[in-house]
Design a protein around this ligand. Structure first.
Ligand SMILES: NC(=O)c1ccc[n+]([C@@H]2O[C@H](COP(=O)([O-])OP(=O)(O)OC[C@H]3O[C@@H](n4cnc5c(N)ncnc54)[C@H](OP(=O)(O)O)[C@@H]3O)[C@@H](O)[C@H]2O)c1
Length: 288
């Protein structure tokens, strides 16, 4: 028996896997993709292909959007605003928080029930234990869509501000990018001594695994807001940072990836905060 009817706009790597999951869970699915040929395997597997976005929208009251970016979403949703009135749109396309808010405001103007989503998983993880998706926007949309969304992985509703799911996504991706930049820096330095990238990656992984549990204690210093806990201070961290940059250059490796942190420590030291906990750098990140 069908669990319900869902239309999916976008059959890239992510949209395809999600469609497969929905079918496996018993949903009746209608699919649309700009390159129509990508609907064929889905039709063979039991989905219905829609020739146009409007036809896909007409087929279901719940529409999942898994396109490339904000521009492609608006390119295809704006012309069918009237047909979407009263329907639930869940946009899983990666966007910035303000792009999500912009689409939410547009949806509200057209009587569309809008939920924005952020996928903290790769396509092969969808439906598996480690898959996590954030949602924000309409609680009503979340309540309606939740059983379907839970087929993709753990679903977390993170607030009625439609931008919050994207914000979490971007924040976590920022952490990941900076962490993997660190992997690359270490590998570049160790290659000068003949170590393979994999050998260094194994060592970095073990080192970071040992360090990461300290993260919550460091975060508590930030929440405390006084930066006077007597932990590692700015001047001490600056000495370490200077050594890392010098060592990198001595080995013939550019230190640009290390320099932004160094710059913040220097600024704090120069403005009389040498004895503060080094975590005071967070106060410099706010654009004033
Ligand atoms: N893949 C991941 O690991 C991952 C992880 C988290 C989040 N996401 C997000 O999920 C979304 C989809 O990613 P994906 O991996 O499925 O990407 P993808 O494989 O590159 O597929 C992109 C999809 O967007 C469509 N598209 C692109 N530009 C379009 C336009 N102007 N008009 C209409 N359709 C357009 C493509 O249609 P055609 O087939 O016609 O080209 C295709 O269906 C992205 O926002 C991505 O950031 C992906």
């Amino acid at each position: 028996m069908s669990q319900g009817t869902i239309s999916i706009l976008g059959l890239g790597n992510m949209g395809s896997v999600m469609t497969e999951r929905l079918r496996a869970a018993g949903y009746t699915t209608t699919v649309w993709n700009r390159t129509a040929a990508k609907t064929e395997p889905h039709v063979k597997a039991g989905s219905t292909a829609a020739a146009t976005v409007a036809a896909a929208v007409a087929a279901s009251d719940l529409i999942l959007v898994v396109l490339l970016d904000h521009a492609s979403v608006r390119e295809h949703l704006d012309p069918v605003a009237a047909e979407l009135e009263g329907k639930v749109v869940v946009n899983l396309t990666t966007t910035t928080p303000n792009e999500a808010r912009d689409t939410a405001a547009w949806a509200a103007d057209h009587g569309i029930v809008y939920l924005d989503g952020a996928i903290m998983a790769t396509p092969d993880m969808i439906g598996e234990a480690g898959s996590l998706l954030f949602y924000s926007g309409s609680e009503n949309a979340y309540a309606i869509a939740r059983p379907a969304l839970e087929t993709f992985g753990t679903a977390q509703f993170v607030g009625t501000d439609a931008g919050v799911a994207s914000l979490k996504d971007m924040a976590l991706l920022s952490a990941m990018d900076l962490m993997f930049s660190g992997f690359v820096q270490a590998i570049a330095m160790m290659r000068t001594a003949g170590a393979t990238a994999v050998d260094t990656a194994v060592e970095v992984e073990a080192w970071l695994a040992a360090m990461l549990p300290h993260g919550k204690a460091l975060a508590a210093i930030i929440d405390g807001g006084t930066y006077d806990t007597g932990g590692q201070n700015v001047d001490f961290a600056l000495t370490g940072s200077t050594s890392m940059i010098t060592a990198s250059r001595e080995q013939g490796i550019r230190a640009d990836l290390l320099e932004s942190h160094h710059k913040f420590l220097k600024e704090l030291s120069a403005t009389g905060h040498g004895n503060s906990d080094w975590l005071r750098v967070i106060e410099l990140l706010t654009i004033r």
